[in-house]
Write a protein that binds this ligand. Sequence first.
Ligand code: MG
Length: 136
Amino acid sequence: MSRAGLTKQHEKKLQDEVYQWLEKKYNTMTFNEYQKTAITTAVYPPQHRILYPALGLSGEAGEVANKVKKVVRDGTGSMPDDWKEQIGSEIGDVLWYCATLANDLGLSLSSIAEQNQKKLQRRKEKGTIHGSGDSR
Ligand SMILES: [Mg+2]
């Protein structure tokens, strides 16, 4: 039972209904919908599943960091007008690799996002957001 007195099954059903309502109202995409679409463009040799998206994820995270580094180095004055959109595009590339890597591991992007949020909320409630270690 959840805090609201719902079973896990009812909680999941309610959550799905909320997501469907939000999607209709705001035309948003859930993580799982994104993942389903992302894997349709995942074209790499099957023997390199997991490895290919893991390496790509690292490379794209580097592209995000490199663009932010240039803002730090030069300020925004010399940046192209669309510098935020460019960084956003690189974040999108990171997301694509997250989605495909999760798929190769048989994991749902929505579940990963939800588990991550729960972990961070637990840390916040325990006052362990700062610090290091996976088991905080
Ligand atoms: Mg890129």
